[in-house]
Design a protein. Structure first.
Length: 460
């Protein structure tokens, strides 16, 4: 059995307890249009289950491709439990308990990053969280340039276009980190209002040099936003290299931070989080509603959010998960993250010691990128696509990524580029703690797939 079925009995008990809270209400019958015969319900639900079989096995360790991590059982159960109420965390009328749980859970995330007094809330995902951070930045630095590295998520460029604010990309160094030389040149010659620092790029997991960027902030007085949608929770991990560790230690110096609990935070989609160090930015959200915010003098989350209706179930799931797995160094949650990092390092060592592969650099988090050795960029890219397909046939699911050829200059000086700027590589996000246990099996399948693709028969 791959899927977890044993916890369903726990869910039933939780639903029964929830129901007891409404025991004083008279029973009622569902309207005719809402009734459904159990046979019909079972039929369509089983049909949906059949359709859902057409998926990669994201929950299994053999899925080592994109950044897809299954939610923790407690998060699934808590989310399902909340759906029986279906709270809306926009106004307190729609989600009294879930709004309080959201504030508590977000405060714990803020504390993890070193924020004391703060403003923050959950969002539908990292894109919306980053949009809010850049929207606030644009209000505080009107008309000024927003810059992020060329390896930053494409959402920053897109968001800037939506908001109508100027945006520019900063080149990166050979490790995929923002180039300080190019950033300083931009700061000297352009009116930069906000620098987006990425701690954990989504392509390769690189960590921008926050300490050096903070030194420039002292001179140029820009706003600093950290996009750690993918990598934020690594703040709790002890087995990072010194460069990444130093950047994470300084996160509290940022003006705003984004993290996605639906990535490493073990939550269902969609659950993002945006945090502001200065709670006074809440004044920027001020808007009037003739009916929404008068049920309580307490802060309604909709008063500090660009989104209106938001799933209270996300807050319930996050709060419950953090009750079971506190955000603390050395705790069970942090140790599971460290196992993914350890798996990435073990995989890196195997790849680095095998002549069939070229690894441009040691992973900073838990993402490993690697190319198949060949004479030219075109041949290597073709082999990567073939290995990807063959590995999938053997039930190992990887990902493909096109990276700058410049990343491989030091590790692969003999590569014939033929004028190509990008090379197709294999990419593995070893996010699950189970990946550490399965790393030898993953390696063996990858090795078999690669041999099949580079054999004389395959090349004929």
């Amino acid at each position: 059995m791959t899927l977890d079925l044993e916890t369903l009995d726990i869910l039933r008990k939780a639903i029964e307890k929830l129901d007891q809270g409404f025991g004083a209400l008279p029973a009622f019958s569902a309207a005719p249009g809402q009734r459904c015969e159990s046979g019909d319900l079972e039929r369509v639900l089983l049909e949906a289950a059949g359709r859902m079989q057409d998926n990669y096995p994201y929950m299994h360790p053999y899925y080592a491709g994109q950044m897809l991590k299954p939610p923790h059982p407690v998060a699934r159960l808590a989310y399902s439990l909340a759906l029986f109420i279906n709270p809306n965390n926009h106004a307190l009328d729609g989600g009294i308990a879930s709004s309080a749980m959201e504030k508590e859970a977000v405060a714990e995330i803020a504390q993890m990053f070193g924020y004391g007094r703060h403003l923050g809330h959950l969002t539908s995902g990292g894109t919306m969280a980053n949009l809010e951070a850049l929207w606030v930045a644009s209000k505080l630095q009107p008309g000024k340039l927003v810059v992020a590295s060329s390896q930053a998520h494409y959402t920053h460029s897109r968001i800037s276009g939506v908001l109508g604010i100027p945006y520019a990309s900063v080149p990166v160094d050979g490790r995929g980190r923002m180039s300080m030389e190019h950033l300083q040149n931009m700061l000297t010659h352009q009116d930069v209002g906000t620098v987006v620092v990425t701690l954990g790029t989504t392509a390769i997991g690189s960590v921008d040099p926050l300490e050096e960027i903070l030194a420039l902030k002292q001179k140029y007085n820009f706003r600093l936003h950290i996009d750690s949608a993918y990598g934020g929770y690594f703040k709790l991990v002890d087995n990072l290299d010194s460069h990444a560790r130093r950047s994470y230690e300084l996160m509290a110096e940022a003006d705003s931070i984004v993290v996605d609990p639906h990535k490493h935070g073990l939550q269902p989609y969609g659950c993002g989080c945006v945090l502001f160090k200065d709670a006074a930015v809440g004044a920027l959200y001020k808007h009037d509603s003739p009916y929404t915010y008068f049920s309580s003098d307490q802060l309604h989350l909709g008063e500090i959010s660009l989104e209106c209706s938001r799933a209270g179930a996300s807050a319930v799931a996050l709060w419950t998960t953090q009750r079971l797995l506190p955000l603390e160094r050395g705790g069970q949650f942090a140790c599971a993250l460290a196992q993914g990092r350890e798996a990435a390092l073990a995989f890196f060592e195997k790849l680095s010691n095998d002549e069939r592969f070229v690894v441009p650099f040691r992973p900073e988090l838990d993402i490993v990128v690697y190319a198949v050795r060949a004479e030219s960029v075109a041949q290597s890219s073709r082999l990567a696509r073939e290995v990807f397909a063959e590995a999938a046939r053997l039930n190992l699911h990887l990902a493909l990524a096109t990276l700058p050829v410049a990343f491989f200059q030091d590790a692969w000086p003999e590569l014939q580029t033929d004028g190509e700027e990008g090379i197709t590589c294999l990419r593995s996000c070893l996010m699950k703690p189970e990946h550490l246990t399965y790393i030898n099996e993953i390696w063996n399948i990858l090795s078999r797939a690669t041999d099949q693709c580079i054999s004389p028969v395959a090349g004929a």
